[in-house]
Structures are given as structure tokens and as C-alpha cells.
Design a protein around this ligand. Structure first.
Ligand SMILES: [Zn+2]
Ligand SMILES: [Zn+2]
Ligand SMILES: [Zn+2]
Length: 560
């Protein structure tokens, strides 16, 4: 045993960390080595190599046909380290011609700070990540570079790196519109039966709009309630624009991004209703100068009108609503005929859905994707829908009941509510449920005089009690959309992944579809979500200044 061995090291609690940058030291290997990406690839490799090997270099020659770099202390201390590469005109590759890999400067100690750890290097390291997460923050980059690469970069360098990586993405934004042609044909190949439509200006080839609906979603929608939730959201990329989405709800009454379709197509044939939540916000805005208790009374009265199940009930609620707000109500209702928003007048089934919460959650679901170039955005939404459909398919296969769990729970609740009610039969189908006020249920026509069964297309508590009493099969009177079998059908098909390996190289000379004809407005782009009118900002306490407000430690600008 060697007594001179230093055992102290064994007690160090830190595990030797292998940085992701360790491979950078292999970037330059031997004379004759080729760099197929030419000058830019070699510069990139050299930068990483110098950072990892811990020395500094400077360029003696640096152009598109040759690059020569030497150690920075060549003159002062005579270190002869040198590398020289030259282009081969036949193929445009760079080849390593000369390499003196010996430093006498004793610098072969890696330092976390190297001026070559520039924003170019940062951009190169994080560009993959920015592609997936366009909202990558410079502070995270600073932290990760230290953790994964052992490099210390300033916030400014990290910020520049993120901006540069995004700049590459803007290039991607530019070609992304033409990529749609390629993407569409691959989608049709892998998901036959999908519906896609690209529209662009025939004269100047500017992109206009794109429509896509995957076959699996179209099939799935046939097993969902025939109800679409529509909304638009602004895109955040270089060329802005809107994303219009239509989503459906499945039988388990959960949110579900099943279908993307544009509004005019649906509205031409279907009954449509306005979202109650949006209408309420609108009304609130009209009442912004009145005191808050009066405002909440008005809102409650308006809700009563919207939910009123019968024309008589609607008229009564309407009278109270109008009486309460003589000035504001006529203005508010000017372009709002009741058949767009009131239960009593709406001609389609609303299935108990008064507001389009389904789509609001879809919008938050795609928040990050909105920053991507159009083709990548569509494909990332595609991937998300694909994953979710697979997840629900797995989940539903384990359900043993007849009705989807959430709706089953509703039936149980309705049954418990009506257990004390007396039921008397009138004929084969018609029952009277004694309660105050007592109601009439017709199990043959699926109606109840409380109107809830007709409006929601789902048995109300009275109906559940009457059906139990009649000995009929309750499940047979629940429309098929709420059955587990239909739920399973809506997720039976799957979206086939889109392979990106064979994506052709795009040459701007061959572009058919150009970017849309828009200009970005001047000024720094806003990255913060603008709140809709009347939407509340949550008040939080700042950990730095301890004040209540809408900022936190990170965004705090208060003097302390
Ligand atoms: Zn040297
Ligand atoms: Zn009822
Ligand atoms: Zn603060």
C-alpha cells in the first residue's frame, strides 16, 4: 500500500460531474478531418473546443475559404498552438490542414469564464430548446449553462443568446408558410381522410389561411354531442394572425380538443349561441361606473334571463332586468336577439353548456405553441391532441359502467335528491312528481315540465325518479353521447405521427407560398397576456417589497 496516497479526496461529498460539454474537447481530432458545414461549422466547433480545453485563441485569417487560429499568447510567451482549415471548392467542405496541438502556456485548466462562451455559443447550445419552448427565459439559461456545461455567462449574454436562437426561429417563421405544402401532403399520407385547405393569394402568393382537421378527430366528433365551442386566439409569432379553434366535449363532459374548424363554415348551417361568460363581461363593462352591489344585482338578473327555461319565465325575468336598468339594458341588448343567448328561445340543444369554457382551456393549453412558426405550431398541437386522445383511450378502456363516470355521478345525485318525492302514474308514459311545484314527466317523449330534460338532453331529478318508478331502464333514456361505449368510440381512432426525418431542404427560390402580407407594429413586442375586459388580475404579495399588487420578486421595481 502506498502511504503517500492522498485519501482525503475520498471524503469529498461531491460526485465528479461530467458536463455535457465534455464532448466539445473531441471537436478537433486530426489533420484531414472534414467540416461539412464549412466555415460556420468550424468556427462553432473551435469555439466549443477552446472553451472546453480552457485556452483562448484569436483568428489570424478568418474568411469563407480559410481560417487560421492561434493561441492568444503566441507573441508574448511563444505558445505555438495553431489550427488551420481550408475549403475544398469541389464540395464546399472545410478540411483540417495543419494542427499544432501543444500549448506551452500551461492553460490547460478549464475555467468557467471564457470570452468565447459568447451569445453565439449560447444560441447554438439552446436553439433546440428554444424551438420547443419559445418562452425560454435568460435566467433559466444562465442556470442551466452553469449546471450542465459548467459555464458562467452573464444575463446579458444569455439574453442575447436566446434572442439569436429566436432569430433562427424567425428564419423558420419565414419558410414555415411554404413548409405547409410539404406538411399537408405528409399529413394526408399518414392520416388519410383528414381535411386540409391552404389558401393563398393567386397573384402575389401571400399566405391567407390554413384549415386542418385530422381524420381521427372528425371520426371522434361523430360520437360527441353535436356541439362545438368556438373561439379565436392571437398568434405570437413574427407574422401574428389568428388561430380559430373549434372544440367538442366528449361524453364525460371534460374539455377536449377534438376538432379545428373555422367559424363561417359551421355558422352557415348550425344554430349558434353566444357564450354567457363573454356576455356577462360585456355587461359588466357597460356598468363599470355604477356601484358594485348594483352591478352584481344586474348580472344576477341577466343570468336569470339567460337560464330561464320557458318563455313565460324568460319574460318575467326580462321585465325585472329591464326595470332595474332602464338606461343600460336597451343599449346592451341592441344587437343581441334572445335566440342567441336565452335558453327559452335557443332552438338547438345546449346540453347544459352556457359558456365556452372548453375553448378557454384549449387556449391556455396551446399558449406556448402560439409562439412557433406556423408549421411547427400546427404539428405541436397535433402531437398534443394525439397524446391526449391516447391517454383518454387508455383511461376509458378501464371503465366498467354503462354511463361515463361524471354523468353517472350526476344521475346518482339526482336520484338522491328526489328520494322523498311521491310519484303517481297517469298513463304508460306520463307521471306526476309531487313536489312543490309538482311537475309532469313524459318518459316516452323525454320531457319534463321543468324543461331541464329538454334543454340539457339529460334527465332532470324529476325524470330520474319517474323513470325509476316506471321500471324502465334509466340508461336507455340517457342519450348515447353519455355512454361509455360512445366515449370509447370518440377516441377509437388515433392520429398517426408525422415523421419529420424526410423533410426536404427548403430553398427560398422554389417558394410557392410567401409570408402573409403584414407588418409587425413598431415597438417592443408585448409578451404578457392582455386581459380581456373585466377579467380579474389575482392580487399577490411580493416577496421582495412585501406589498400587495400584481408583481412578484422577479418583476419588482419598488424601492426598498
Ligand atoms: Zn497556448
Ligand atoms: Zn324536471
Ligand atoms: Zn415588490
Amino acid at each position: 500500500m502506498d502511504d503517500g496516497q492522498d485519501l482525503l479526496e475520498n471524503f469529498c461529498p461531491h460526485i465528479d460531474k461530467v458536463f455535457l460539454s465534455a464532448l466539445w474537447a473531441n471537436g478537433i481530432q486530426h489533420v484531414g478531418q472534414s467540416f461539412e458545414g464549412g466555415a460556420s461549422e468550424f468556427r462553432n466547433v473551435l469555439r466549443k473546443y477552446a472553451v472546453e480545453c480552457g485556452f483562448r485563441f484569436k483568428f489570424v485569417k478568418n474568411d469563407s475559404v480559410r481560417i487560421t487560429a492561434v493561441c492568444t499568447i503566441r507573441e508574448s510567451r511563444g505558445c505555438m498552438w495553431l489550427v488551420h482549415v481550408r475549403v475544398l471548392h469541389a464540395n464546399g467542405f472545410f478540411y483540417l490542414r495543419k494542427w499544432n496541438n501543444e500549448h506551452i502556456c500551461g492553460v490547460a485548466i478549464r475555467t468557467p469564464k471564457n470570452p468565447r462562451a459568447s451569445s453565439d455559443l449560447v444560441s447554438d447550445v439552446i436553439c433546440e430548446r428554444v424551438r420547443d419552448k419559445p418562452l425560454t427565459r435568460p435566467t433559466d439559461v444562465v442556470y442551466d449553462l452553469k449546471k450542465d456545461y459548467g459555464l458562467e455567462v452573464s444575463y446579458r449574454v444569455a439574453w442575447l443568446g436566446v434572442e439569436k436562437a429566436r432569430g433562427e426561429m424567425f428564419g423558420a417563421h419565414f419558410i414555415s408558410f411554404d413548409q405547409l405544402r410539404w406538411y399537408s401532403s405528409v399529413v394526408m399520407e399518414n392520416n388519410p381522410g383528414s381535411y386540409i385547405n391552404i389558401e393563398y393569394d393567386e397573384q402575389n402568393y401571400h399566405f391567407i389561411r390554413y384549415f386542418i382537421s385530422f381524420k381521427a378527430c372528425i371520426d371522434g366528433f361523430n360520437h360527441c354531442r353535436p356541439l362545438l365551442f368556438l373561439d379565436g386566439t392571437f398568434l405570437k409569432g413574427k407574422f401574428k394572425g389568428n388561430l380559430l379553434a373549434a372544440t367538442a366535449k366528449d361524453g364525460n363532459q371534460d374539455r377536449h380538443a377534438g376538432l379545428l374548424e373555422s367559424i363561417p363554415i359551421i355558422f352557415s348551417t348550425a344554430k349558434h349561441a353566444f357564450c354567457l361568460q363573454h356576455l356577462q363581461r360585456n355587461l359588466k363593462d357597460k356598468l363599470r361606473y355604477v356601484n358594485s352591489s348594483y352591478r352584481s344585482v344586474m348580472l344576477a338578473k341577466f343570468r336569470a334571463c339567460a337560464y330561464a327555461p320557458t318563455v313565460a319565465a324568460f319574460n318575467q325575468s326580462m321585465e325585472e332586468f329591464t326595470k332595474c336598468g332602464r338606461k343600460v339594458v336597451p343599449i346592451f341588448l341592441k344587437d343581441l336577439p334572445p335566440y342567441y343567448w336565452a335558453n327559452a328561445y335557443f332552438q338547438g340543444s345546449r346540453y347544459d353548456e352556457m359558456s365556452s369554457n372548453a375553448i378557454e382551456s384549449f387556449n391556455s393549453w396551446i399558449r406556448e405553441a402560439r409562439h412557433l412558426p406556423i408549421t411547427q405550431m400546427i404539428d405541436s398541437i397535433r402531437a398534443k391532441i394525439m397524446r391526449q386522445m391516447a391517454k383518454r383511450r387508455r383511461k376509458a378502456n378501464a371503465w366498467a359502467g354503462v354511463i361515463c363516470p361524471k354523468m353517472e355521478a350526476r344521475l346518482v345525485k339526482a336520484y338522491n335528491k328526489g328520494r322523498s318525492w311521491l310519484v303517481s302514474q297517469s298513463n304508460d308514459d306520463v307521471y306526476e312528481v309531487h313536489f312543490f311545484p309538482s311537475v309532469m314527466v313524459d318518459v316516452g317523449r323525454c320531457t319534463c315540465s321543468c324543461f331541464k330534460w329538454q334543454i340539457n338532453d339529460f334527465p332532470c331529478a324529476h325524470a330520474v325518479v319517474a323513470i325509476r318508478n316506471s321500471g324502465l331502464d334509466l340508461y336507455k333514456l340517457v342519450i348515447s353521447y353519455y355512454h361509455v361505449a360512445e366515449y370509447q368510440n370518440s377516441y377509437a381512432q388515433n392520429i398517426t405521427p408525422i415523421p419529420t426525418v424526410e423533410k426536404p431542404q427548403f430553398d427560398s427560390a422554389d417558394f410557392v407560398i410567401h409570408t402573409p402580407a403584414v407588418k409587425r407594429p413598431p415597438g417592443r413586442p408585448k409578451k404578457k397576456r392582455m386581459l380581456s375586459k373585466g377579467e380579474q388580475v389575482q392580487q399577490i404579495r411580493c416577496g421582495r417589497c412585501q406589498r400587495i399588487g400584481n408583481h412578484n420578486r422577479k418583476t419588482c421595481k419598488e424601492p426598498i
